[in-house]
Design a protein around this ligand. Sequence first.
Ligand SMILES: Cc1cc2nc3c(=O)[nH]c(=O)nc-3n(C[C@H](O)[C@H](O)[C@H](O)COP(=O)(O)OP(=O)(O)OC[C@H]3O[C@@H](n4cnc5c(N)ncnc54)[C@H](O)[C@@H]3O)c2cc1C
Length: 235
Amino acid sequence: MQNNEFHQAEITKIIDINPMVKRFFFKFAHDVIFQSGQFVIIDFGKLNHTYSSRSYSIADLSHGSVIEICVSLKENGAATPLLFNYKIGEKLKISIPQGRFILPDNLNTESIGFICTGTGVAPFRSMIKDLLTLRKYTGKIYLFFGCRTQNDILYREEFEELQNTHSNFHYTPVLSREDWNGAKGYVHVHYNSIFQTKPNAVIYLCGWSEMLKETRENLKSFGYTRSEIKVEFYD
Ligand SMILES: Cc1cc2nc3c(=O)[nH]c(=O)nc-3n(C[C@H](O)[C@H](O)[C@H](O)COP(=O)(O)OP(=O)(O)OC[C@H]3O[C@@H](n4cnc5c(N)ncnc54)[C@H](O)[C@@H]3O)c2cc1C
């Protein structure tokens, strides 16, 4: 169920990752309390669409009054072309954080998997930092991130740094359209090698449903149950 409490927030920083993806930072007049994995709803007022609001995952484990979101441009979309034209200082109506796509209270699994494409990595950035820095989770953490080329890898340096400093974090960006020294093809081949033997794990999937539905079916065929697979569809 959505929570309809909205507050005004101002864009204080915008970072272009590539022509199709931007990071937006919003400052509220008060501290924002949220659990890693949650999203906010932006009310655009009037849109050329049935619905005037869109949801965005909180992309960092930020504290205080600023939150970050990471948005991919849908060129024919109603909201994102508008959002991509906003400048620093623009004021928007944004909901309080919400959603049940969060980490379990009891981290009693031997591993946690995160599988995504594109901006589906946003809530995982927050959750992985939560696991490694706040909760000090000692089980294995796997992040499989699928995209086309190296230019599309989001937050690459940060995840590489986390992998270098935490021996239990395993980061696998997978490229489908560029030849490189890393993992190639589609993500499925790569997470299969870890999850096919069904280690005791909870696995999170996030992004556009096309890839995730196949992933969910694969994981079910390995024996994972509904409660062990958590999904956030962006569409
Ligand atoms: C809980 C939740 C969290 C979300 N978090 C994020 C986030 O962190 N970052 C983010 O970029 N988006 C996120 N989304 C998607 C976001 O809410 C919008 O749907 C998206 O920004 C497109 O809005 P639009 O008005 O430009 O396009 P619309 O006019 O709404 O789009 C039209 C159609 O295109 C599809 N579509 C839109 N974008 C894409 C895409 N990139 N790839 C494939 N199909 C697409 C939509 O499903 C829709 O059917 C989230 C959605 C949900 C439900």
